[in-house]
Design a protein around this ligand. Structure first.
Ligand SMILES: Cc1ncc(COP(=O)(O)O)c(C=O)c1O
Length: 460
């Protein structure tokens, strides 16, 4: 269950000095060890999984520590900072709202909440129409699950309560969102025996070779699920560890199946939404529109904001006061998200993700090729790539190789978050959407160098 911590032992590493990267100390920095140790001693162990770098300041697509080191940010702080770090429009929006004297309103109306929901509603394809603001991605997916179940029971009675999701999916870490997720490891911690959450294989073409919709139908039949008891189907548009979009044909068949069986189609767009895939919403690559979409990360500008986007019918299920949260649409967070969305549109960041997609795709291939067969699968869409380290010739995860890759990247001035996905095998590449081609190419060539070193490593 435990994943690996990065040791707090400073290592001497080569000096780096380029336009975007600077490494001038040992890594981790000796002076940072006290802070890092105190955090490890006071927080749950779960908070200690990221590379031991103290984030002090960000600028565009770089992040710096307090000790003179700067990294090209290939993490976006877990796919969040679409408009980049320290973006003046976002900083000013936060400052303006806080200094304006209203930084908390609960569900009392505010002008900024109206502006944000109007701005989001304006980019929604029909029949998505209404916007419910929350704070985290998990809250948003959990809310979608709740809405689907309530709708199911309203129209089909108590038995229409099954949520279908996909193997290896990730929908967050609150109880409901984690139960909907498709990692048996994560669910066994919860003592999961809840038959109302059922998984089917995700058509990724790697762990599930047959990507036809038949697999969905057969799996439900094999598991004894009566389609009329399914209240909702939830999927990421691309699975985090894969960076593989659901095939369009599959998505269209799923759309039809949901219509035929009166099941709510939910896309978890927490990673994909707001430009990451080269479209505003990931599902716009698939030729379908879901009934509900959960968004977070890329919408937020870096503050805790998420959203459920839904149809008139689903968003009208709960009555006044029945579906709220203390901090939903917090005014400072809403102001930041609004500024972020305005930057995404004004600077054409969705188009930038689409334009740079081939550069990232080519870089992922070079990285994989450099590993001497340690990568079983590399995929990318828009500005997100996933390199899966596996044992030779198969799909079995090689978390040690993935971990070494991250460790080396940090030493060379490219910021990655710790490996994710099946068995911790996937190294994700996801720079802020404001990155330019020069920065992207530089970071990718550093990762290729790291991959070559990992390729030569022998593990027990
Ligand atoms: C696809 C997906 N859904 C949901 C979540 C949960 O979001 P949060 O961490 O904001 O609760 C994440 C977070 O990584 C995610 O990637």
């Amino acid at each position: 269950m435990a994943t690996k911590e990065f040791p707090l032992v400073p290592e001497t590493v080569p000096t780096v000095s380029t336009k975007y990267r600077k490494i001038v100390t040992k890594i981790p920095v000796p002076e940072s060890i006290d802070t890092l140790t105190r955090l490890r001693n006071l927080e749950p162990r779960s908070m200690g999984g990221q590379p031991p770098v103290i984030w002090e300041k960000g600028e565009g697509f770089t992040v710096s520590d307090p000790y003179g080191n700067t990294w090209l940010d290939f993490s976006s702080g877990v796919l969040v900072t679409a408009a980049g770090h320290n973006r003046p429009e976002i900083v000013n929006a936060i400052k303006g709202m806080a200094e304006g004297g209203m930084y908390h309103t609960y569900a009392f109306p505010s002008q900024v909440r109206l502006k944000l929901v109007e701005a989001i509603a304006k980019i929604l394809p029909a029949p998505l129409k209404r916007v419910f603001l929350l704070s985290t991605g998990s809250e948003a997916t959990e809310c979608c699950i709740k809405l689907a179940r309530t709708q199911g029971m309203n129209i089909g009675g108590a038995a229409k309560n099954i949520i279908v999701s996909f193997d290896n999916s990730f929908h967050g870490r609150t109880m409901g969102s984690q139960l909907a997720g498709g990692s048996p490891g994560l669910k066994s911690w919860l003592g999961d025996t809840d038959p109302r959450f059922v998984q089917v294989p995700f058509p990724d073409g790697f762990r599930q070779k047959d990507t036809s919709f038949n697999v969905f139908l057969k799996t439900l039949a094999n598991k004894g699920v009566d389609p009329k008891n399914v209240c909702g189907v939830i999927s990421e548009t691309f699975q985090g560890c894969n960076a593989t979009l659901m095939p369009a044909e599959y998505a269209q068949s799923l759309r039809k199946w949901c219509n035929d069986n009166r099941a709510v189609m939910i896309f978890d767009e927490v990673q994909a939404g707001f430009g990451r895939t080269g479209k505003m919403f990931g599902f716009q690559n698939l030729g379908v529109v879901p009934d509900l979409a959960a968004c977070g990360k890329g919408l937020s500008g870096g503050m805790p904001v998420s959203a459920v986007l839904g149809t008139e019918e689903l968003m009208s299920i709960y009555g006044p006061g029945e579906m709220t949260s203390t901090h939903s649409a917090n005014t400072v967070c809403a102001a930041a998200a609004l500024a972020n969305l305005e930057v995404i549109l004004k600077d054409k960041l969705v188009e930038n993700a689409a334009k740079l997609a081939p550069v990232l795709a080519e870089g992922c291939k070079k990285i994989a090729d450099a590993t001497n067969g340690k990568v079983g699968r590399f995929t990318s869409v828009g500005l997100v790539g996933a390199i899966q380290f596996t044992l030779p010739g198969g799909t079995q995860s090689d978390p040690q190789a993935a971990w070494e890759m991250v460790r080396l990247a940090i030493q060379k001035g490219v910021m990655l978050f710790a490996p994710v996905g099946v068995g911790g095998c996937a190294v994700k590449i996801c720079p802020p959407l404001v990155i330019n081609e020069e920065g992207l190419r530089e970071g990718l060539s550093v990762l290729e160098e790291c991959a070559r070193i990992v390729g030569a490593m022998k593990f027990e």
